[in-house]
Every structure is written in C-alpha cells, then in structure tokens.
Write a protein that binds this ligand. Structure first.
Ligand SMILES: [Zn+2]
Length: 431
C-alpha cells in the first residue's frame, strides 16, 4: 500500500472541533449535555423518573459528571427483570412506542427501542478514526437479525460517514470473498475471528488476500483483538485494523485512533469507571466497572453498568483528541472477586501470565482454608518447558507484585485446563 494512502486513513476527525476541544470547554459541554438528558429522561422515561425518585433526587441535583455518583447503577441483568414487570422496555424508552421504527431483541431477552434514524455520534467517530472515508465500499458482517448493532447503529453510521454498505451479515464466508473481490470492497466491519476466517477462505480458494482483494480498512468489535492477531490480519490484507467497544444497549463507548493507545470515549457518552462495591467513580488508572451514560433521547440509559472491567487514562493522546481513553477491557466483573479484602480481576491474572512466556494455559483458583482465603495459580507450561522450583518462585513473585497478594503456583499437566475457561475460579463456600 502506498505510504500516503495509509497516512490519509490514519489522520483526520469526524467532528474536529468537538473531538479536539480543550478539556475545560469539553467538560462544560459534557455537563450541559448531561443536564439536558437528565431533565429530558426524568420527564419522558418512567424508569429514569423512578430511579431518581427512589432516592429522592430531582434533575437539578445533577449538574456535573461528578453528581452522577448520586444515582444508582442499572445493571444489564436488572433490565431483564424491570422489563418483565413493565413491558416492553421497562419504561426506559424516552419516546412513545408509536414513534419507534423498530424493536430489537438482544439475548436475555432484552428489548430495545429503535428510532427512525439512529444518529449516534459514537460509531461514526469510531469509523472515521478507524480510517473509513466517504466512498468506501464496506461489508458489514455483523448479525443484522434481531439485535440493534449491525442495522441500527453501524449501518446508519457508515451511511453518515459517507460509506456504501454491503449488508452481508455473518457467515457465508465463500460468498463474502466473492463479494469483496467483485465489488472491490475496501472496508470490513466485523469480528477479528471472522476476518481471519475470510482470509483463510480466500487462500483456500487460491487467492492472495493482499493482491486479489482490495481491503484497506477494518473496524472490529465484540471480541478482544490481541496485537499478534492485529498484525497478522493487517499483513495478510495490507489493511489497517482498529478496534472499538460498546454494548447493544448503549452503543459505542470507546474507539481507537491511529495511535492505537486505548479507546477514546466518544463525545455523546459519559464513561465512568466505578468501584463495584461502592458505586463511586474511580480515578484514572484504577480498575473498575465500565458504567456508561448516553445522551440518546430514544433510549436514555443513565449510569448503565456494562459488567466489563477497564481503567481510564486522561494522559494526552498524540492524535489531538481530548477525550479520555479506556486503556483496555480487562474481562468481566462477574469473574472479579475479593480475596483477603482486596479486589482481584482477570486482567491481573493475564498480566502475571504475560510476564512469563513459558506459561501456556492458566487459571487462578480461590479457595478458603479455615478462615483464610488462598489463591493458587494453576499453570500448564508450553511444550518442552520443564517445571522448576525457580520458575515457580518467579511467577509467585509476579503474583505478589501485580495482585498485591500472596498466591501459590501449581504446575498441572498439559491439557488439564480447558480452552476459554474462566480466568478466576472462586471455589469458596460460604455458610
Ligand atoms: Zn488518540
């Protein structure tokens, strides 16, 4: 790919003045948007009115982002029960049912209101920062059925960026390859694992993905993107690949710029990192639950708990965007737990493992002996690696450094730990 073409997709902004707004002005802007949506939701969404009323809060009590702490968090799991009691949306919709264009159904089931024109800013910012440009022909391989992401959020956002969408949906890998080739499509939206499947299918069909296909840009979501997989895919296609993060309920909560230094929070959301115990917002650098608030009047979720763990940085990004960034997603909160009074999470277990390249699969097991919590990291070594006392001590030292707790290492034979297992297994029984 010519260097200048690559540069052109790495720079630029979807809404420059907003994205690069100096932090004091940006904070003022977000506070104004927050006040607006709180006032709107209080008067138009019975669920938000109830959520605020239950603790005696009225709209004028929420003036700034810091005031959000006064409100309880609505967890995704809560939505299912609230919706059952008050169908179809639990009162979270901000416009009358008759004004909707679609109703989406996500696993749970959770029902989501779909507006006539989804004008969410976040995904459009994600696409532009990811290198999508007007005139690009894009295959959108996310699932178009039932759920809102592919159709409502992404398809509409591609349109607003100026791209031409081929709504291919998931599956039919061989056909996807034919479509990419025939239309000279240069953009991909989907999961990284599906993009890899497409590359492998193309090769199986005797094609060189880089020479015979024309992919130049990809936006992936819904799965982790390890750097090794990113470079593999970028090399195979000669394309740039950026990741994004969000949920079907609330939309985009983070996107990568050309710097690839974390996920910028879009300018139509407030993202807090919250202590799972207290519900209070945590400072940058501290790991907690990702809690989002959207300015979307159709579905005004206020303090929506995603169940994902991450941490924020407010260090300036060389790209010029002034929004904070989620540094990386570190697993699910239901896999986090407290050991000897300290919060531990899957991201820490990964960090310990990453320090020792000889580690294959691994799992941290929490047990209780007498009145004391114990932590044991079960480790399978990679092929040809031999367990040693020294190796064990080094890993135990990393556990102490990363998790601030003492833990033991136990070697287990290869094949003991299944793939995709929970990183932290809590085996304590409380009576
Ligand atoms: Zn940036």
């Amino acid at each position: 790919m010519p260097a200048n073409k690559k540069m052109g997709r790495n720079g630029g902004f979807y809404r420059k003045s907003l994205e690069t707004m100096p932090i004091p002005q940006k904070t003022g802007y977000l506070n104004r948007k927050l006040k607006g949506i709180i006032r709107y939701a209080y008067h138009h969404s019975s669920a938000i009115k109830h959520k605020m009323g239950s603790i005696g809060v009225i709209p004028k009590d929420i003036q700034t982002i810091q005031d959000l702490e006064k409100l309880p968090i609505t967890q995704k799991a809560d939505l299912i029960e609230i919706q059952k009691k008050n169908p179809p949306f639990g009162g979270f919709e901000g416009i009358p049912l008759s004004k909707l264009r679609r109703i989406f159904v996500s696993p749970g089931p959770i029902y989501e209101p779909g507006e006539a024109n989804c004008e969410e800013l976040g995904w459009a910012q994600a696409l532009y920062a990811g290198g999508f440009r007007p005139g690009d022909i894009v295959i959108n391989t996310f699932n178009y059925h039932m759920v809102p992401f592919a159709l409502n959020m992404l398809d509409n956002s591609l349109f607003r960026v100026g791209c031409i969408t081929v709504p291919t949906g998931i599956g039919n890998t061989e056909q996807q390859v034919h479509i990419l080739k025939y239309l000279k499509a240069n953009g991909f939206c989907g999961t990284p694992s599906f993009l890899l499947q497409i590359a492998e299918k193309a090769e199986e069909m005797g094609l060189d993905p880089q020479k015979d296909l024309h992919l130049r840009v990809g936006l992936v979501a819904a799965e982790m993107l390890p750097e090794s997989l990113r470079s593999k895919l970028e090399d195979k296609f000669g394309a740039i690949l950026r990741q994004s993060y969000g949920t079907a309920d609330i939309g985009c909560l983070g996107y990568e710029c050309g710097e690839k230094k974390g996920l910028h929070v879009p300018d139509d959301k407030i993202v807090e990192i919250v202590d799972p115990e207290t519900g209070k917002a945590l400072a940058p650098g501290k790991v907690g639950e990702v809690v989002g608030t959207t300015f979307n009047k159709v579905y005004p979720l206020i303090r929506f708990g995603t169940g994902d763990l991450s941490f924020l940085t407010d260090a300036p990004c060389p790209c010029g965007r002034t929004s904070a960034r989620l540094v990386r997603i570190m697993g699910r909160i239901d896999q986090a737990t407290k050991v000897r009074g300290l919060f531990i999470h899957p991201g820490q277990v990964d960090e310990v493992a990453a320090r020792h390249p000889q580690i294959g699969r691994y799992q941290m097991v929490v047990t209780r002996k007498g009145d004391k919590d114990e932590m044991t990291l079960r480790v399978e070594l990679k092929e040809k690696m031999i367990p040693s006392e020294k190796g064990k001590e080094e890993i135990e030292k990393s556990i102490r450094e990363v998790m601030k707790l003492r833990g033991e290492v136990q070697w287990v034979p290869s094949g003991t730990i299944p793939e995709g297992i929970k990183k932290i297994e809590d085996q304590r029984i409380w009576e």
